[in-house]
Design a binder for this molecule. Structure first.
Ligand code: URP
Ligand code: ZN
Ligand code: ZN
Length: 472
């Protein structure tokens, strides 16, 4: 007699974005096919007694194998980055296919597919990064790529090699509006950052800490407002990514009061780190391990972020995993010779794809700041809905992919580099104690990570084309 199910997950508490209940789950052909009080007749069974059964995490903002303008090399390729995601309870990641200036966008996407195809442990789908909006890109490549399921892209308001001018932003926004793509904005005002950085350098203030001074919240707030204004003029829904504190949040709240469709993302670094971490041990180069943009702020802004996670200001919680080695081979990472001359040259970005979920669960759910349902909304359901993956992904529902993470809400772990699977040689969260840990990660019905070990294989992860956003 053949089994009715390939897998049954029994006795756990299912948590979705809306509710929680005790039930068994039956999986067949990689899909959830039944949710019932009792499921019998499965080829394989998992006893989930005492565990939370939640949708696999969707990390909607990661960078793997992305070329950099200055020769530094990202420490994660698609294999190591997605392995690390699996170990941290994440079953889908959305990395960026970056268009380098002067290159065709379509060609950049094809190159990313070559890097990813056959190498992933979890499912992937690409956002684009548009840096060179030529007439060819705006007129042909971008509309065609959006039609092909690359329905979101990021634009930058800072970084010499990535940023668009205001007039380019408006042109790109118009195309996005016409083609129904969602635009993600890196909102930091370039000239304001450059001005303050120059003054700091002139007075000999070159330690990594001064990155956090140069990348002020004023520059972030101003650019957030400018991006919102451009979106208002072009009638475009946008996502403000990696929001660091109260002032940009206020701009987002202001926009929503005017009924503008502005979505918002925040990240672990804005609840678990502060600018003081960039001081290192004594204003030394250790601080480079925390350099990211926007930088972490202070305790009051951490509190503001928590308010926003609770009250709906934030729609999604992503890692912004941007991995560099500290003591990298050939000094190509954070500790490269040029970076040691000034904070201005320290590669921006920190790793976090594996620690994103445990940090939010522990600081949020275990400490009573947010409910487990809100955790699911922020880390799986909302990213799936925002980026056109729902209902196939982002929930536990009959007919959806059986992407499921089993959580032990009582398990206490000290985060350390030793237990992580990412490419960088450090974690900015070294020594952090967390309560609540993913003990099994299941991708389309197959266990890919359990008890800290990755048991899946390269190639288990597949590419997912996406619909237009379900929220615009
Ligand atoms: O510092 C950061 N966040 N680096 C990654 C690139 C980006 O802006 O998201
Ligand atoms: Zn960014
Ligand atoms: Zn990023």
């Amino acid at each position: 007699m053949t089994n009715a199910y390939d897998l049954a997950i029994r006795g756990g508490t299912i948590v979705t974005a809306a509710d929680r209940f005790k039930a068994d789950i039956g999986v067949r052909g990689g899909l959830v096919v039944e949710i019932a009080e009792r499921i019998e007749g499965a080829a394989e069974e998992i006893d989930a007694t005492g565990l939370l059964v939640m949708p696999g995490g969707i990390d909607a903002h990661v960078h793997f194998e992305q070329p950099t303008g200055d020769g530094t090399v990202m420490a994660d390729d698609f294999a190591s980055g997605t392995r690390s995601a699996a170990a941290g309870g994440t079953t889908t990641v959305l990395p960026f296919a970056l268009q380098e200036k002067g290159k065709s966008l379509r060609q950049s996407v094809m190159e990313y597919h070559k890097k990813a195809d056959g190498n992933c442990y979890v499912d992937v789908s690409f956002h684009l990064i548009v840096t060179d909006p030529t007439p060819q890109v705006l007129g042909q490549e971008l509309p065609a790529l959006i039609q092909d399921g690359y329905t979101s892209f990021k634009v930058f308001m800072t970084y010499e090699d990535l940023m668009l001018t205001d007039s380019e932003l408006l042109d790109v926004f118009e195309v996005a509006r016409r083609e129904r793509a969602l635009v993600m904005v890196h909102a930091e005002g370039h000239d304001a950052i450059k001005h303050v950085a120059r003054r700091l350098e002139e007075s000999g203030k070159t330690a990594p800490y001064y990155h956090a001074v140069a990348h002020s919240m004023v520059a972030e707030r101003e650019a957030t407002h400018r991006a919102i204004s451009h979106a208002q003029i072009t009638d475009l829904p946008i996502v403000i990514v990696h929001v660091s504190g109260r002032e940009p949040m206020e701009q987002i709240q202001w926009a929503r009061k005017k009924n503008l469709k502005v979505f918002a993302e925040t990240c672990p670094q804005y609840i678990a780190l502060t600018a003081d971490d960039l001081k290192g041990l004594n204003m030394d180069f250790e601080g480079a391990k925390y350099v990211c943009s926007p930088p972490p702020r202070d305790a009051a802004n951490q509190e503001a972020i928590w308010e926003g996670l609770r009250d709906g200001t934030f729609d999604i919680f992503s890692s912004d995993h941007a991995p560099f080695r500290f003591d990298g081979p050939n000094d190509t990472g954070k500790n490269n010779p040029r970076a040691r001359t000034s904070f201005k040259w320290v590669p921006n970005g920190i790793p976090g794809v594996e620690t994103r979920l445990p940090i939010l669960f522990s600081e949020g759910v275990s400490k009573g700041r947010i409910s487990a349902e809100r955790f699911v909304q922020l880390t799986a359901t909302n990213p799936a809905r925002l980026y056109g993956l729902y209902p196939r992904k982002g929930s536990i529902t009959v007919g959806g992919d059986a992407d499921i993470t089993l959580w032990d809400p009582e398990k206490e772990v000290t985060i350390s580099q030793q237990i992580l699977h990412h490419g960088p040689d450090y974690t900015p969260y070294e020594g952090m104690q967390v309560k609540g840990w993913p003990v099994k990660t299941i991708l389309r019905g197959r266990i890919i990570a359990e008890d800290g070990e990755v048991v899946g294989a390269k190639g288990d992860g597949a590419y997912c084309a996406r619909d237009v956003s379900g929220l615009i």
